[in-house]
Design a protein around this ligand. Structure first.
Ligand code: ADP
Length: 338
């Protein structure tokens, strides 16, 4: 598909280049011939003044030679211009192809990313659906299925459904990014962090983990409350999810120039240096055996969190050391108090 389009764009660029080149060649040719003729006319006038030559210039041979010279000069100019146009055609063809490739490259890349995303999403959707289908089919074939077994089946189906719901919500979220501008308010980072932590309290309690927040009232940003809260929930959820029990997560906020840096530090398994560049990619899950447990996600959390930070002109970075822990840092433009 992209090969054909590249060739079409190349042809379009080349036609434009050739049109311009031919137009200038035609103009140059016309001007040159006119100048030549004018030169000959001037020569004529000059020679007419000299009597012994007067006869000579009215001589048929002389006129013929003069016309031959003019024709020769015209042909030379024409040849030279034709040759120049051929060179431009060759060089222009190459240049047009390179330009067409350049024009299409970002579109091709985003098309590829979209294709990969759809394939990954379909795969993720299919897995729980297949699991549910198999379980139901086996249960239906079992004539001796007890009520307890049927209840277990429904429970397991419900778990898969919850996963599917999370996944479809996340996908919807990603699809909606940037479509509608979010409503923004002046928000306190301290309040946002505390409400994110409150949402994760059951999970933290279950793992006997402590989350400590150090933020000041002056730490404010201009942003969308729901989105920013979701971003902090994702980062804190990961910190809790991937850390061993009875460890702590420390959240600190610092002001640097016109930005706020929010550090979320855990004492979990850390992330391999080779995996760090990929963890913000959609559907990427680092070293599954090491970090995945029963509460694993779909590898969309950090991609969504990064998009939220970018929507607020910010970013998320990470520093991590294996078996020591990770530090996720959110950078957001600070809203200075008047
Ligand atoms: P998931 O839904 O799998 O948590 P994320 O996009 O949130 O997806 O994270 C991508 C991957 O980055 C995770 O699968 C995990 O391996 C790794 N990761 C994220 N946060 C942490 C953390 N705090 N400690 C260790 N690994 C982490």
């Amino acid at each position: 598909m992209f090969r054909n389009t590249t060739l079409k764009i190349t042809a379009l660029y080349l036609s434009i280049i050739m049109l311009i080149s031919l137009f200038f060649s035609f103009t140059i040719y016309q001007i040159s011939v006119r100048e030549l003729e004018r030169g000959f006319r001037q020569e004529d006038r000059a020679l007419r003044g000299a009597p012994p030559i007067r006869e000579l210039i009215t001589d048929d041979d002389f006129i013929e030679t003069r016309q031959e010279r003019l024709l020769e000069a015209r042909q030379r100019i024409f040849g030279l211009l034709a040759y120049t146009n051929l060179v431009i055609l060759g060089l222009g063809g190459g240049l047009s192809y390179v330009l067409a490739r350049r024009t299409l490259k970002p579109i091709e890349e985003s098309h590829e990313a979209q294709k990969r995303f759809t394939a990954d999403a379909s795969h993720e959707l299919r897995t729980p659906l297949t699991a549910m289908q198999t379980e139901i089919e086996v249960a239906l074939r079992d004539a001796t299925l007890t009520k307890t077994e049927a209840k277990d089946l429904l429970k397991s189906n419900l778990e898969e459904l919850a996963k599917l719901q999370t996944l479809s919500n996340n996908l919807l979220h990603l699809a909606q990014f940037g479509t509608n501008p979010d409503h923004k308010d002046i928000l306190s980072i301290d309040v946002l962090l505390h409400s994110a932590v409150a949402k994760l309290k059951p999970l933290a309690d279950k793992k006997k983990m402590k989350i400590q927040i150090q933020a000041a009232e002056s730490h404010q940003v201009l942003g969308n409350k729901d989105r920013l809260e979701e971003m902090f929930v994702t980062l804190l959820d990961n910190a809790i999810k991937y850390s061993p029990i009875k460890t702590s997560v420390d959240v600190t906020v610092e002001t640097r120039q016109k930005n706020l840096l929010i550090h979320i530090v855990d004492h979990g398994p850390g992330i391999k240096a080779s995996e760090i560049p990929h963890i913000f990619d959609r559907f990427y899950r680092a070293d599954i055996s090491r970090t995945r447990d029963s509460t694993h996600g779909y590898g969309l959390g950090l991609a969504i969190a990064q998009s939220i930070a970018e929507l607020h002109d910010g970013s998320i970075s990470v520093r991590s050391e294996l078996n020591k822990g990770s530090r996720f840092t959110v950078q957001l433009p600070a809203k200075l108090q008047e």
